[in-house]
Design a protein around this ligand. Structure first.
Ligand SMILES: *Cc1c(COP(=O)(O)O)cnc(C)c1O
Length: 393
C-alpha cells in the first residue's frame, strides 16, 4: 500500500480524532523507525513515551513471543505467574506493598481516585471525596480523568463531568491550602507535568505537600504515567524527590509498547480495594506482564544507568546550538522540554522536524517535548541532534 492510499483509507473509515502527521511507520529497530517506503526516522518520542526500550529489542521480542506461544490471556479469576512476578518486582523496587494492573493511564488514574475515595469512606464515611490536582496537569481522557485534569480546555463538550475535583497552582503551597477543606481525601500530582509543558515540580513544594497530606490524612497520589519506568533516571520520579507517596499510577513505558498500566499502593492503603470493588478484564494480561518483566530486566542491565547522562548530553547539545529560536531546556532525565522563543510555533516546528525525519512531540507553553527510547544509542542521539541543528538554521 502506498502512503496516499493508506491516508485515503484512514480518512474514509476512521474517526478523525487525531491530527496525524503525514507519516506511516512500518517497522523499527533500536531508536530508528522506517516508513512505508523504507526511509529512516530517528525517534525522540517513543510513541508518546511508550517504547521505553526502543523497537524490536531481542530480549523483549523473546519474552513476548514465548508468552504468546504459551498463554495469551487468562481471566483474573485465576492466578497467573507473570502478574504476581511483576507485582513483586515493582513492589520490591519502590517500597510499595501491592499492585493492581490495568490497561491505560487514564484507567490507572481512575484506580487511584477510587482508592483514595474508598480509603476515606472506610475511615470517615461520606462527604470526603474531593481530590486536589494542579493547574496545567494532565490525567487522562475519560470523563472522570478529564475532570481531574487542571486545564479548562479539557472541561468542554462532555458535560456533566465527574464532581469532586479542585485545582491549585503548582509550586505554591498556599494555593493548595487555599482550596483545601473538610471534604478533601487526596492530592494527585505529576512530579514533572508532561502534557502541560514538561514542568518539574520544585522538591520543597513536593515535600511540603507530603507533610500536608500526612497532617490532614489525605492520600498523596502521584501520576507516574509519563515520568515512570526509568524515564527520569530512576525507576519512578518520586524516588528522586525524597517522598514515599501513598499510591502511584504508571502506564506508557511499563510494557515497552504493549497496552498496560497499573497502580502501586503503600501499606497504608494496600488493602482498601478488596474483592469485588475493582476489576478489569484485560488487566495484567500475561503477554503484557511478561513484556513488562523484560523491560525491567533491560532497564536494570543496559538502560537506566545511562538515562541521566543521555538527558544531560541532549540538553547541553541543544542549549549550545547557535540557532536563534531556542530559549532553553528543562526536564528530568530523558523527559526534556525545549522552550521556544516567541514567534516560533512548536507545532509547526515539530512538523518540520518530522518532515526532516526526526520524530518529536510538543507540550503546553510552546514547548518541544523529547522522550527518546531509554536505550537510544549515542549515534542515534547525534543523528537526531544533527536534524534539529539543520532544521533550525
Ligand atoms: C498519557 C498520560 C495519561 C493518560 O494515559 P492514557 O494511557 O492515554 O490513558 C495520564 N497521565 C499522564 C501524566 C500522562 O502523561
Amino acid at each position: 500500500m502506498t502512503f496516499d492510499e493508506l491516508k485515503a483509507l484512514d480518512h474514509q473509515y476512521t474517526m478523525q480524532t487525531y491530527g496525524r502527521f503525514d507519516v506511516a511507520i512500518d517497522h523499527g529497530n533500536g531508536a530508528t523507525l522506517y516508513d512505508l517506503a523504507g526511509e529512516p526516522y530517528i525517534d525522540f518520542a517513543s510513541g508518546i513515551g511508550v517504547n521505553s526500550v526502543g523497537y524490536a529489542h531481542p530480549r523483549w521480542v523473546a519474552a513476548v513471543s514465548e508468552q504468546a506461544g504459551k498463554l495469551a490471556h487468562i481471566s483474573n479469576l485465576y492466578y497467573s505467574e507473570p502478574y504476581a512476578r511483576l507485582a513483586e518486582r515493582l513492589c520490591q523496587r519502590t517500597g510499595m506493598s501491592a499492585a493492581f494492573f490495568g490497561n491505560s493511564g487514564a484507567e490507572a488514574n481512575e484506580g487511584l481516585i477510587k482508592l483514595a475515595r474508598k480509603y476515606s469512606f472506610d475511615r470517615y464515611g461520606k462527604g470526603r471525596g474531593t481530590i486536589l490536582t494542579l493547574n496545567q496537569s494532565f490525567h487522562g481522557r475519560t470523563v472522570t480523568t478529564l475532570a481531574a485534569t487542571g486545564q479548562e480546555v479539557f472541561h468542554n463538550y462532555f458535560f456533566p463531568f465527574t464532581e469532586g475535583f479542585r485545582y491549585a497552582n503548582a509550586n505554591d503551597i498556599a494555593s493548595v491550602e487555599g482550596v483545601a477543606g473538610h471534604d478533601v481525601c487526596a492530592v494527585l500530582v505529576e512530579l514533572v507535568q508532561g502534557e502541560g509543558g514538561v514542568n518539574p515540580l520544585e522538591p520543597e513544594f513536593v515535600q511540603k505537600l507530603a507533610e500536608l497530606c500526612a497532617k490532614r490524612d489525605w492520600l498523596l497520589l502521584v501520576d507516574e504515567v509519563q515520568t515512570g519506568v526509568g524515564r527520569t533516571g530512576s525507576l519512578f520520579a518520586f524516588q528522586q524527590y525524597g517522598i514515599q507517596p501513598d499510591a502511584i499510577s504508571f502506564a506508557k513505558g511499563i510494557a515497552g509498547g504493549l497496552p498496560m498500566s497499573g497502580i502501586l499502593a503503600s501499606e497504608r492503603c494496600a488493602a482498601v480495594l478488596g474483592p469485588g470493588t475493582h476489576a478489569t478484564t484485560f488487566g495484567g494480561n500475561p503477554i503484557c506482564a511478561a513484556a513488562a518483566l523484560a523491560v525491567q530486566d533491560i532497564l536494570d542491565d543496559e538502560a537506566i544507568a545511562g538515562v541521566k547522562e543521555k538527558g544531560d548530553y541532549l540538553r547541553k547539545a541543544i542549549e549550545q546550538m547557535e540557532v536563534p529560536c531556542i530559549k532553553g531546556t528543562r526536564g528530568l532525565g530523558l523527559m526534556i522540554g525545549v522552550e521556544l522563543e516567541e514567534g516560533v510555533n512548536n507545532k509547526e516546528l515539530a512538523a518540520e522536524l518530522i518532515a526532516n525525519r526526526l520524530l518529536v512531540l510538543t507540550a503546553g507553553g510552546n514547548v518541544l517535548r523529547l522522550l527518546p527510547p531509554l536505550t537510544i544509542s549515542q549515534e542515534e542521539l547525534d543523528q537526531g541532534l544533527e536534524i534539529i541543528r539543520h532544521t533550525l538554521s
